[in-house]
Design a protein around this ligand. Structure first.
Ligand SMILES: [Zn+2]
Length: 282
């Protein structure tokens, strides 16, 4: 068994204070559709300190359930409240017109602390708010602007094949815009969804595996790293919906080298952010 600093810290209940920790997939804001623990900003920052998390990259839960434009204003406020600790994704709803989508992206990508765009294709938690497919025409302007401006896209995904949020649906988009920086949220979640994600990562240089809740498909981190290496695997936890500790444990206890753990926990996201064309410096 490899005992390293990270595993030791977890076993002692100490914060991970000697490695950069960036959660690439978190949420802020009260969510009316299912129970969440206290996820007020002060409480979340308190938990970040307890775990030794330096930065969380968030989108507002209002974007999932109740309208994207309010969500983005609330995200902007949270970035300002905790400068350097909270970075934000601008939420885009695929049911909005291309004009609104373009206006939202251009407005928020100019604000310091915004790092990219979050989308939620699929049925959504209540079956009606998003209800779009990754391949919906309205998203066209998003891919175009992402290719031009270089910002990151974090897309919710789940399922495979004909599912509206199956990772394989990105194939068409990546064939047209092969260099867009894409985090495959949950990496497809299911086992088959994750196979689709791994196939994209092998063939497109800027596609990333998101650990967030990806344990659902029972694909172990050791197997991911042995298949695609560790430089495009990102720690993410859905913090705000869930506690951030589950994925920290998956990384900490994995039988992979310490250098891979450091990359997954923060250094890969740092490189992705700093290379994003928005002038971000971590
Ligand atoms: Zn999420």
């Amino acid at each position: 068994m490899i005992i390293d600093d990270m595993r030791e810290k977890i076993m002692n209940g100490s914060p991970l204070d000697d490695m950069l920790v960036i959660d690439s997939h978190s949420h802020i804001g009260h969510y009316p559709l299912f129970y969440t623990r206290d996820n007020s900003l002060p409480e979340m920052v308190k938990q970040m300190d307890r775990y030794g998390m330096d930065i969380i990259c968030v989108s507002h839960t209002k974007g999932i359930c109740c309208g994207s434009q309010d969500a983005n204003e609330a995200t902007a406020e949270s970035i300002l409240s905790y400068p350097g600790r909270i970075l934000g994704y601008c939420f885009i709803n695929g049911n909005d017109s291309p004009e609104i989508i373009e206006e939202q992206i251009k407005k928020y990508m100019r604000i310091k602390g915004f790092i990219g765009v979050k989308i939620y294709p699929g049925a959504g938690h209540d079956g009606k708010n998003h209800n779009t497919s990754i391949n919906d025409e309205n998203y066209g302007i998003l891919w175009e602007l992402a290719a031009k401006m270089g910002f990151i896209i974090l897309s919710h995904t789940g399922g495979s094949g004909s599912d509206p949020s199956a990772p394989g649906r990105f194939e068409k988009i990546l064939m047209r815009y092969p260099a867009i920086r894409l985090i495959v949220g949950h990496s497809g979640a299911t086992y088959r969804g994750q196979l689709e994600t791994l196939s994209l990562i092998r063939r497109y240089q800027n596609v990333y595996y998101d650990m967030t809740a990806s344990s659902e498909g029972d694909v172990w981190l050791e197997d991911i790293v042995s298949q695609i290496g560790y430089d495009r695997v990102l720690y993410g936890s859905d913090f705000g919906f869930f506690g951030p500790g589950t994925e920290i444990g998956r990384v900490g206890y994995a039988n992979i080298p310490y250098v891979a753990k450091e990359a997954i926990m923060g250094l890969n996201m740092k490189d992705l952010l700093e290379g994003s064309g928005l002038g971000i410096k971590i």
